[in-house]
Design a protein around this ligand. Structure first.
Ligand SMILES: [Zn+2]
Length: 229
């Protein structure tokens, strides 16, 4: 069954990098009945990569326990090592995508069909290779502030990033929207941004606003962008 059989509006979250702040994020999403696609780098989990952003220490999670944590949500690829794919040889590119996909499939026991581009970087060659590697849909980082479905599933642009000022106005616009054609609100980010910017309370207010509407389908990217290419 397709979500458009019963709904005209869908809301989905898409979060990158698999860091410890995903734990409280998943807890909050589960509480509100919201679904997320989590994009992970299987080559940076063991040992877990650590870096600093704005003076805060950000740490990725090791693989143990991740299938339990993300249960009910979708896992998607983000490459093995978080590379800028446009800078790699074809061989390196193939390895970054196919090996990440295979490792995540093994760890989570689910088919991996989704992807997000590290740094949002892509080009024609990258898209061609993703297609060959069995990836059906891929997200960039450029906000559209629009709810129109993407023309190209390998170049999905999000509606907005959670830290943008407009998220509350966009949510209110989406809730009020009356439409005959499918409309999608895709929100993306990194959960460590909530930690750095003290944004948890603000995000909880957003979840409270967007959740629980009978005419909105709350699904993962896999459930929403589900036409096979
Ligand atoms: Zn990333």
């Amino acid at each position: 069954m397709n979500w458009t059989d019963n709904y005209r509006k869908a809301f989905v979250l898409s979060y990158d990098d698999g860091v410890y702040q995903d734990i409280p994020l998943v807890e909050m999403l589960n509480q509100y009945g919201l679904k997320c696609t989590f994009h992970l780098n299987s080559g940076l989990m063991d040992p877990p990569a650590v870096w600093e952003t704005n003076g805060a220490r950000i740490e990725r999670m090791p693989p143990d326990g991740l299938p339990d944590l993300y249960r009910g949500h979708e896992i998607a690829s983000h490459t093995l090592h978080h590379c800028d794919l446009t800078q790699l040889t074809d061989g390196e590119l193939f390895r970054e995508v196919i090996e990440d996909r295979q490792a995540l499939q093994k760890l989570f026991g689910q088919e991996i069909r989704g992807f997000s581009y590290p740094y949002g970087h892509t080009d024609k060659g990258v898209k061609f290779l993703l297609d060959m590697c069995g990836i059906d849909y891929a997200r960039g980082v450029q906000s559209t502030h629009s709810f129109d479905p993407p023309g190209d599933l390998l170049e999905i642009s999000p509606t907005c990033r959670h830290r943008e000022e407009e998220i509350f106005d966009l949510a209110r616009e989406f809730i009020a929207l009356q439409t005959d054609s499918p409309q999608i609100f895709l929100l993306w980010g990194h959960s460590y941004e909530f930690h750095i910017q003290q944004g948890w309370k603000r995000f909880e207010r957003f979840c409270d606003l967007i959740a629980g509407h009978g005419d909105i389908f709350y699904g993962t990217m896999g459930e929403i962008y589900n036409e096979r290419r």
